[in-house]
Design a protein around this ligand. Structure first.
Ligand SMILES: NC(=O)c1ccc[n+]([C@@H]2O[C@H](COP(=O)([O-])OP(=O)(O)OC[C@H]3O[C@@H](n4cnc5c(N)ncnc54)[C@H](O)[C@@H]3O)[C@@H](O)[C@H]2O)c1
Length: 261
């Protein structure tokens, strides 16, 4: 059998939130490592150099090609600089993986309005800004692929009203951009991670809750950042050339069940 070519050979990618907030592998870090492993040149974006440098080290150690941009995806100016930097360093832009997002507990009556605004800004507006910066380059390039990270919390809410609403917005953003820019050969898809175990959720989670999370899914196994990263590889590869506007849950089947904790 012929040896498989790396699936993203020759592609240039941006991953936002490419570091992890704690020890271990988060969704953004895993996606960045896997996109590089599959041959993409990756611009790693994060607010914190120490976090994103860990991702860079992993990629370079494996022989992949990547570099760092330290910046804030809630700033329009930084988003424009991020896209310009990718094009300056690597000659074009093929893939934008919008991963930055924060969790936020509480119902609509509990959440302070400042917190509501912060969540919308970080989880939704940041993706809008990155898409506005990237799409003109992709149009000029004749093609492009965008993957936005939403959450099953948008589809099966769990008393995190600001979070769920922002992630629902990510799904709507995905669909409207897919509909508008298909004619430009730009695909826009969305990944809805389920209860994966990453540094983001590990903070303050006891072992009992951790176990309950994965045991409540039909597959009864624990998902990780790597599961989300592989979905990003697939959706951004030419294997997904006819897929746009879709929401891909990566959740061990959690959406088939009722929430039970
Ligand atoms: N872990 C889960 O169970 C789960 C479930 C559903 C969805 N998600 C989604 O996955 C995504 C994040 O996953 P992760 O594991 O990579 O999280 P993470 O918090 O470990 O990493 C995100 C990175 O983004 C960076 N960041 C934060 N704000 C930024 C900004 N303004 N500009 C640039 N960088 C910024 C952080 O410094 C951090 O390194 C989020 O969109 C989250 O909502 C996670």
């Amino acid at each position: 059998m012929a040896e498989r070519k790396p699936r993203l050979e020759g592609k240039v990618a941006i991953v936002t939130g490419a570091g992890s907030r704690g020890a271990g592998i988060g969704n953004g870090k895993a996606a960045a490592v896997l996109l590089a492993r599959e041959g993409a040149k990756v611009l790693l974006v994060d607010l914190f150099p120490a976090r994103v440098n860990e991702t860079l080290d992993m990629i370079v150690t494996e022989g992949g090609e990547a570099s760092v941009f330290t910046g804030d995806v809630t700033s329009n100016e930084d988003c424009l600089k991020i896209v310009n930097t990718a094009v300056e360093r690597y000659g074009k832009l093929d893939i934008l993986h919008n991963n930055v997002g924060i969790d936020s507990p509480g119902g609509i009556l509990d959440v302070e309005i400042d917190e509501w605004d912060r969540v919308m800004n970080l989880n939704l507006k940041s993706m809008v800004l990155m898409c506005r910066a990237a799409i003109p380059r992709m149009i000029a390039n004749g093609s492009g692929s965008i993957t936005n990270v939403s959450s099953v919390a948008a589809l099966r809410p769990n008393n995190m009203d600001a979070y769920s609403t922002s992630k629902g917005g990510v799904i709507a953003l995905t669909k409207t951009l897919a509909s508008s820019y298909g004619k430009n050969n730009i695909r826009v898809n969305c990944i809805a991670p389920g209860m994966v175990y990453t540094p983001m959720v590990a903070e303050g989670m006891d072992e009992k809750t951790r176990e309950k999370r994965w045991q409540s899914t039909p597959l009864q196994t624990e998902g990780t950042g790597w599961d989300i990263g592989w979905a990003a590889v697939f959706l951004n590869s030419d294997e997904a050339t006819w897929i746009t506007g879709t929401v891909l849950p990566v959740d061990g089947g959690a959406l088939l069940t009722r929430r039970n904790f």
